[in-house]
Design a protein around this ligand. Structure first.
Ligand SMILES: [Zn+2]
Length: 275
C-alpha cells in the first residue's frame, strides 16, 4: 500500500494543482469509504470551501480547507486522488467513490477499486487528537539516532515489525522496510532488543536515504497506485530486495529468500549479508 514516498507525491501534486481551488459540489457515491462523518455532513461542510494546503502526515494525504476542517485520505491498496478536466461523467466501471466538482471546471475525484481506502473529515480539535497518536516522521530532526535506537531496543518484536509500526515511526510500510533493512545489512526477523546502537543508527540513516530516493522517483507503482495526474512511480526498478525473491543479492550474489512469517507481509532478505 502507499507509503511515505507515494503519499508525499500525491500531496505535493495536489498542492501544486489544487491550492486555492474552491469546491463547487460534493457527490458521495460510496459512503463506506467515509470516516468520522455522514455523507450529508461531509458534503455540507466541504461545499463552497477552498483548499488552502495539501500535505502529508504518515501515510495520509491531508487537505486543509479554509473552514478549518481537514480532509484526511488513506488511499490504501486501491485508492487514488485524481484531478481531471470536468465535467466528469461517472460510469459504473470507473470506481468513483467521491467526486468534488470545482468552481474552475475541473474535478477532484477519489477513485477506489476495492474501497479499502478511507476518507475522513476532521475538525481542528479532532485532527490534533488524532495526529498525536502517530509516531514521529522519519525526517523529523527530533528523531535522533539515539532516540530511534532507544525505541527499537525497547521492543522484543522483530525489527521489521518495529519499522512498520506507525506509533513508533510514521510512513514506513512493507516495501521500504524491506529495502532499509537490506541496505543496513540487518536481518528482518531480529528482535529489537538485539539491535546495537550502531545498527539502529545505520538503519535510520538507510531508511531516510531509501525514502528520499523513492520520493525523487515519485514512489513505487503497484496494484492501482496512481498519482493525481494518473502517472506511475519509478522506484520499483531501483528496489534491491522487494519483488526480487529468488534472484541474486546485488551485493553478494546469494539467492534472496522470502517469507510471509512477519505480520503476514512478504519479507525478502539476503541470508548471507543481512545479519
Ligand atoms: Zn547479500
Amino acid at each position: 500500500m502507499p507509503e511515505l514516498p507515494e503519499v508525499e507525491t500525491i500531496a505535493r501534486d495536489l498542492e501544486a494543482l489544487l491550492r486555492g481551488a474552491t469546491v463547487k459540489a460534493v457527490a458521495v457515491h460510496a459512503a463506506d469509504v467515509l470516516r468520522e462523518v455522514t455523507p450529508r455532513q461531509f458534503a455540507s461542510r466541504i461545499r463552497g470551501a477552498t483548499f488552502v494546503r495539501f500535505w502529508r502526515r504518515a501515510k495520509y494525504a491531508v487537505g486543509d480547507l479554509d473552514t478549518g476542517d481537514r480532509i484526511v485520505v488513506s488511499p490504501k491498496f486501491t485508492g487514488a486522488l485524481l484531478v481531471e478536466a470536468g465535467p466528469f461523467k461517472r460510469s459504473r466501471a470507473d470506481y468513483t467513490a467521491i467526486q468534488f466538482p470545482l468552481t474552475d471546471g475541473r474535478v477532484l475525484r477519489y477513485r477506489d477499486v476495492r474501497r479499502l481506502g478511507t476518507v475522513a473529515l476532521m475538525s481542528p480539535a479532532r485532527f490534533d487528537e488524532w495526529v498525536r497518536r502517530i509516531g514521529p516522521e522519519p525526517f523529523d530532526p527530533l528523531l535522533t539516532a539515539e532516540r530511534f535506537a532507544a525505541v527499537v531496543r525497547a521492543s522484543r518484536r522483530s525489527v521489521k515489525t518495529i519499522l512498520m509500526d506507525q506509533h513508533r515511526i510514521a510512513g514506513i510500510g512493507n516495501i521500504y522496510a524491506n529495502e532499509a533493512l537490506w541496505r543496513a545489512r540487518v536481518r528482518p526477523s531480529r528482535r529489537g532488543t538485539t539491535i546495537t546502537r550502531a545498527e539502529a543508527a545505520l538503519l535510520l540513516a538507510e531508511a531516510r536515504d531509501v525514502l528520499h530516493t523513492a520520493v525523487e522517483q515519485r514512489g513505487t507503482s503497484f496494484r492501482d497506485y496512481q498519482d493525481p495526474s494518473g502517472g506511475r512511480g519509478g522506484f520499483l526498478g531501483l528496489a534491491k530486495v522487494y519483488g526480487r525473491a529468488g534472484e541474486p543479492c546485488v551485493r553478494c550474489g546469494t539467492t534472496l529468500r522470502s517469507t510471509h512469517a512477519i505480520e503476514g507481509r512478504i519479507t525478502v532478505w539476503c541470508p548471507s549479508c543481512q545479519r
